[in-house]
Design a protein around this ligand. Structure first.
Ligand SMILES: [Ca+2]
Ligand SMILES: [Ca+2]
Ligand SMILES: [Ca+2]
Ligand SMILES: [Ca+2]
Length: 337
């Protein structure tokens, strides 16, 4: 792996089922027009991801801090199970404080503006009892550097859980455009991610194949049932459906909102539900571009509607680097087998 996780927090009210959410975070206007972001307003509100065991980790996101964050509470944790290897706090001056468990390691001299505006934050962590490392950059400037023991209590020398949470009642942290990488694979997705944007787009037309049946009872213009902005439940007033063996349903995708940007990866996001009590068919996400298809791993939909993250495609189905033009030619969809 290289890019382990990404989230643009654009899907208001529905969340990837791999995340553990505590409290009731809210969604607010994100960094870009039409985008949303995650807001955490106290320590009871948290958003936690499980990732593969990772010793060298890069984390990138943008954050905005409101008035008076509490230096008493972690707002970021890198954990193995419930053990906190590294944590970050921020005081009311905007100084970042790096912790190993509850032991303070470094307090930054520089300060993050507590000004409710976006700042890009990047973190490198190497978990080790002897040769560990932690670096925090804010808006590309290094704020914190630490070398030594980053492994709390001798627990596994890796991270399997990333948690972001609020620090203080009523004083929010807002997070957007979050990526988690390791140092495997090839550049640029094996190192500092830089300031990335995660755009959420929906289908804009029919693809090559329309083998599923839409909620209007036919297979004409199926894309119209999967083209709605992901803003509110219920999710299944419009849908496409299929039994086992139906084959593919593919949809064309729009041009990206920022066509001059470099495109690093694409991830399909599915909302799935087994519609009756029988054995649900196996579903796979499909991407097709320039005549070549990439197929994700098997998914068994649950009885309750759930957001399921598809594969992270770091190349086109044909193995080429992504470009905005390549994305414009992509068809995304599903198949049953
Ligand atoms: Ca967003
Ligand atoms: Ca139709
Ligand atoms: Ca629609
Ligand atoms: Ca297109």
């Amino acid at each position: 792996m290289s890019l382990l996780y990404l989230n643009g927090f654009d899907e208001v009210g529905v969340h990837d089922q791999s995340a553990v959410i505590t409290g009731t975070p809210t969604f607010v206007t994100g960094r870009r027009t039409g985008s949303s972001a995650l807001r955490l307003t106290n320590t009871t509100q948290g958003w936690q991801w499980g990732i593969p065991n990772t010793q060298t980790l890069f984390l990138g996101f943008s954050a905005a801090f409101s008035n008076s964050p509490s230096a008493s509470n972690d707002w970021l944790r890198l954990q193995v199970g419930a053990t906190i290897h590294l944590a970050v706090r921020i005081n009311t001056s905007g100084q970042l404080v790096l912790y190993r468990g509850t032991t303070s390691l470094v307090t930054s001299t520089l300060t993050v503006p507590i000004d409710q505006t976006w700042h890009n934050i990047q973190i490198k962590a190497v978990i080790s009892g002897t040769v560990g490392e932690a670096v925090i950059k804010v808006d590309e400037t290094t704020f914190v550097t630490f070398s030594g023991n980053t492994s709390n209590g001798g627990a596994g020398a890796y991270v399997d859980t990333v948690l972001i949470r609020g620090t203080n009642s009523g004083n929010w942290i807002t997070v957007d455009d979050l990526v988690i990488l390791d140092n495997a694979g090839s550049a640029p997705l094996n190192t500092w991610p830089g300031d990335l944007a995660i755009e959420t787009v929906v289908p804009d037309g029919n693809g090559d194949v329309s083998a599923w049946v839409g909620s209007d009872g036919n297979s004409v213009d199926n894309y119209q049932h999967v083209d709605d902005a992901l803003t509110a439940a219920p999710l299944m007033t419009e849908y496409v459906a299929a039994a086992a063996g139906a084959g593919r349903d593919l949809y064309s995708m729009p041009s990206l909102p920022t066509p001059t940007a470099s495109l690093l990866a694409v991830q399909p996001v599915l909302y799935l539900q087994a519609s009756d009590a029988g054995t649900a068919p196996t579903i796979r996400a499909v991407g097709k571009q320039a005549g070549t298809a990439a197929v994700g791993s098997n998914i068994t939909p649950a009885a309750a509607v759930a957001q399921v993250l598809g594969p992270i495609w770091t190349t086109t189905p044909g193995g080429a680097a992504w470009s905005p033009a390549a994305f414009d030619g992509l068809e995304v969809g599903v198949e049953t087998v």
